[in-house]
Design a protein around this ligand. Sequence first.
Ligand code: ADP
Ligand code: MG
Length: 325
Amino acid sequence: MLSEFDIIRKFFSRSPRAGNRVVLGVGDDAALLDVAPGHELVTACDMMLAGRHFFADVDPAALGHKCLAVNLSDLAAMGAVPRWCLLALALPIADEAWVAEFARGFHALADRYGVDLVGGDTTRGPHTACVQILGEVPRGTALRRDGARAGDEVWVSGTLGDAALALAHVQGDVQLDARAAAHCRQRLELPQPRVVLGEALRGIAHSAIDVSDGFAADLGHILERSNVGAEIEFEQLPRSDALIRSAAAYPERVREAILGGGDDYELCFTAPPAQREALADLEQKLGVRLSRVGRVSAQLGLVVRDAAGREIALPKRGFDHFATS
Ligand code: ADP
Ligand code: MG
């Protein structure tokens, strides 16, 4: 059986890469990090619990990936460059093969974005992975929820609803064809945070959020914080081929997945019409689909219209861990 210290040494102590200014990483009581001059430190924390955010029999590499991915997504939504992270891990047993796979998934994603693991905590307990991420943004340039202005256009990256559809499939509520199921499960289990897009949106977008609780709820957060409203054209909301194929059999479910499904980790942002060309260039350069889906207005509230201009009822709210119903 591995000890706590074996686990840390074997799987979570790696030399920091040059360039991230890690003065002291794993091994002391705390890490020392040197923030670049003229920058703000940006930090967020998201945890994942067995039975809540993942199934106990989850693929450990996918879990390692996802617990970091959701945090990277928060930094992307701020337009920040991710640099460092901490990992607090609770394990019911010290299963070496499990931890090795978890660490593989975690480090692979950390390497992709040049993020250093600089500390954490390891304890026995109900299966939990909690990551804190830290990054940098040039002072005053972060993309915030409160920056949307009337006249801005609303944009979404990638496609919406795939992850929610995968969950419905896994739970047996819908039956997707094999190809659609594979695509949607990939989206649910291995979300790709929009880190590069987020950084590129600095100076272009007025506001941004990542779609983790559902498009309507998350756009609602921007509107509330910015004290504005928006009109969205439902038909413009981007969807994958897999989701389009599934829509015939489950029109209601699919509509719900697009507007209210969580876990997509796409970016929703607002930008003035003068930035359309810059966004078209970005779409080409980054190979990320960017869809213009509506407009910000001075009139408070969120209105979603179908192709005939009729108002579509919104899902009541985004995901809420303490909701009673
Ligand atoms: P302390 O008791 O002082 O909190 P620990 O024994 O918990 O120290 O941790 C020793 C070192 O290992 C610290 O630098 C801590 O940040 C790091 N560490 C512990 N668990 C992890 C983990 N899961 N991933 C990365 N670093 C970890
Ligand atoms: Mg500790």
